[in-house]
Design a protein around this ligand. Structure first.
Ligand SMILES: [Zn+2]
Length: 711
């Protein structure tokens, strides 16, 4: 059971990860002006029209190569001129819209961060600017010395007994974890708190505790006998000793011995920690501990005192994500001298803020974080940008969207999403291989699914956010405190599936089975994939098909693990499984017939789940787009023109130029078929034949009875 569940979970994680990559890989092309006209006029595109597209006023290269017959190679037809005009840049193995978008997003973020300081006091933009300015304010940092950390250091100094130690550990608990949605299962503090939807179908947010408290990046950094790790530990030991000597110059002689004791404590903590492959498993959410369980399974620590100090006095139960870490922590609190804990907490305090402390501490930061000798230090400005983008992400998201994403497009995309989800639902109802009971669950899932487009429905309030332009330590503490209070506040409240986890300024898509939600970010919704000028038909082809693909996962063999309450409960029956297997066999064969190289074929079996999602997503997007034509759907010529846009939009959404090396790697490692073959899914839709006059003898031609439908 355990092994099965882990394998299953790892598969999910893998899919989620690949999903993100996929999201970034798909692209779409905007037809504008003359090129749209040329297409709308129908017929085979002439060279002149193709050139027009290449010289479009937005600077986007056109894609179509009229020399290629669409029925022979639809990917090459729709993207041919782009493929000819686009080199794979030196040092890269492939070049896709994902790369273009990533590059643009980083330029957008740079421009945004460079200009926010011009905003008036009190605005969220100015707060972002002040945060970054404080981080780089070397003069203020030097002038303040350790003063900003004094309250914490004094508190540590006042700890005289285990009760005070436990209370301090509780008071410094923070919500710096997100094990379910983002795989963050290690905290900077001895424990980390998260309020999330778990896997047991609760209607309210669950309190989750994760392990933490290590300065070096991971457990193995303390335990591995590897020579590199040993060298890194030697550097770390020196740095810890230097920290203790600087904090307490009068006792500098004993600093090395005290450092050894601190590292021994951290090593013992590391020993109690779960390894990553154990932590990276949603089923850890099944480890529900009541208050009594803490006393029983983690004796040695005053847990009621800890929880009271943490503001969790009324919390009756917690998910113990890594039970061994709780047990281990309690033992160490019980057995290690208070003085060792005090030194440990001093080192942790310095380590947490080292980069924004005076130079003598800042210089130790790389070694304290476990950087290897010779590792290039990150430039201060780059680090400031990275930290600002990370800890102020919720506030920056709003600025990013206001500046780069047209608000009217969110409503437009939401309509497209609603229509695609509804169309997918009709396909679920019609699927002959899915049992009636399972159809009911699938439709219930689609009903509660929140498919968030571009950015959250409401923004985080920033009125009470206080950011100093001169005190970076206070800023970091304030943000962490604020986030902790918000997390405490969520506990016990109903789960809000509209709560975004992805940041709109990070290009990607995030699939969350536990809260039946998907976040599709604004950063990803831009050229060459999407823009405000793109026709509805093309948007359905480019974006609608991806929406359909993701919707498919909520009810396919992956989504079959989670019900409409987000509970981990397989609702597909064995008959559904075998029905699905039979229904998808022909699609497996279709993909296995593709041979990029004479000796290599696409692995139709390995890529089935994704190919089924592509086909179902494309078909549902097509249904939804056709329905959106309303009365115009009776105009045969108009429909044909629009259909062409839909299919070209789809083909362009997968535009990529790959080297042979990249393509061969993709064939062996990726669960998705190469883009060229994903695009060939169009050959299963009758309308594609009509739209491009595809006939028997064309390479992609399939007899009507061989055109496949799973959903
Ligand atoms: Zn997928």
């Amino acid at each position: 059971m355990r092994d099965d569940s882990r394998a299953c979970n790892q598969y999910h994680r893998y899919i989620s990860f690949i999903e993100t990559l996929t999201m970034l890989e798909y692209t779409s092309r905007a037809f504008i002006g003359p090129s749209l006209l040329a297409l709308a006029l129908g017929g085979i595109l002439g060279t002149a029209a193709a050139e027009d597209m290449g010289q479009s006023s937005t600077g986007l290269e056109a894609g179509v190569d009229a020399q290629v017959r669409p029925g022979d190679d639809f990917f090459g037809y729709a993207n041919g001129s782009w493929l000819q005009a686009t080199p794979v840049p030196p040092g890269k193995k492939s070049w896709s819209a994902r790369d273009e978008i990533n590059e643009r997003v980083s330029q957008q973020m740079q421009a945004l961060l460079d200009e926010v300081w011009t905003n008036p006091q009190g605005t969220v933009a100015r707060k972002v600017a002040d945060f970054r300015a404080a981080y780089l304010n070397d003069r203020a940092i030097a002038a303040q010395g350790l003063r900003p950390l004094k309250p914490l250091l004094n508190h540590i100094a006042r700890v005289r007994d285990k009760a005070a130690l436990t209370a301090l550990l509780g008071q410094t608990l923070r919500a710096d974890a997100d094990p379910v949605n983002r795989g963050q299962y290690n905290s900077a503090h001895v424990l980390g708190l998260a309020a999330e939807s778990s896997i047991r179908g609760e209607k309210n947010y669950t309190a989750i505790l994760v392990q933490g408290g290590l300065s070096l990046p991971g457990r193995e950094h303390y335990l591995s006998a590897d020579a590199g790790m040993q060298a890194l530990r030697a550097r770390y030991r020196k740095a810890v000793s230097a920290v203790l000597a600087q904090l307490d110059p009068a006792h500098a002689a004993s600093a090395a011995a005290r450092a050894d004791a601190v590292i021994a404590l951290e090593t013992a903590l590391a020993q109690s920690h779960a390894a990553d492959e154990v932590s990276d498993n949603e089923r850890n959410a099944n480890n529900l501990w009541t208050r009594a369980d803490f006393a029983r399974q983690a004796p040695g620590m005053d847990w009621p005192g800890f929880f009271k100090a943490a503001g969790l006095a009324r919390q009756a139960s917690f998910v113990a994500w890594q039970p061994s870490a709780l047990t281990g922590l309690a033992v160490l609190v019980d057995t290690q001298p208070v003085q060792v804990w005090q030194d440990y907490l001093r080192v942790r305090a310095i380590c947490a803020y080292a980069e924004v402390l005076p130079a003598s501490f800042a210089a130790l930061a790389p070694a304290l974080r476990g950087a290897a000798a010779g590792e290039m230090p990150v430039q201060a400005v780059q680090r400031a940008n990275a930290v600002t983008q990370s800890v102020m992400r919720e506030y920056i998201g709003r600025l990013y969207v206001e500046r780069y994403f047209p608000a009217a497009q969110k409503a437009r995309l939401n309509t497209i999403v609603d229509n695609v989800v509804a169309a997918f639902g009709r396909r679920v109802e019609a699927a002959p291989w899915l049992s009636p009971a399972s159809k009911t669950v699938a439709l219930a899932k689609l009903k509660v699914l929140y498919f968030g487009m571009a950015y959250p429905e409401k923004w985080q309030d920033h009125e009470a956010l206080v950011i100093s332009p001169t005190n970076p330590v206070a800023n970091l503490q304030h943000l962490a405190d604020r986030h902790y209070r918000q997390t405490l506040d969520r506990l016990g409240k109903p789960i809000d599936s509209k709560q975004w986890v992805a940041a709109p300024q990070q290009a990607g898509g995030l699939l969350m089975f536990q809260q039946n939600a998907y976040n599709f970010t604004a950063a990803l919704l831009q050229a060459p994939k999407f823009d405000a000028q793109m026709s509805d038909a093309m948007t359905y082809g480019a974006i609608g098909a991806i929406v359909g693909h993701e919707v498919s996962h909520f009810v396919d063999t992956l989504g079959a693990e989670y019900d409409s309450d987000g509970r981990l409960r397989r609702w597909w029956t064995p008959e559904d499984m075998s029905g699905y297997a039979t229904a998808s066999e022909a699609l497996e064969r279709q993909f296995s017939s593709y041979r990029p190289y004479p000796e290599v074929a696409v692995d139709g079996k390995k890529t089935t789940v994704e190919n089924v999602a592509d086909l179902g997503g494309l078909a549902a997007a097509f249904d939804a787009y056709r329905a959106s034509l309303k009365d115009m759907g009776r105009e045969v010529d108009y429909v044909r023109q629009q259909d062409r846009q839909f299919f070209i939009g789809y083909a362009r959404s997968w535009r990529i130029k790959s080297t042979e090396e990249a393509l061969r790697t993709q064939l062996t490692k990726d669960n998705h078929a190469p883009e060229r073959y994903r695009v060939a899914a169009v050959r299963n839709l009758d309308a594609w034949y009509e739209a491009f006059d595809v006939r028997p003898g064309d390479r992609l031609y399939l007899d009507p009875e061989n055109r496949l439908r799973i959903w």
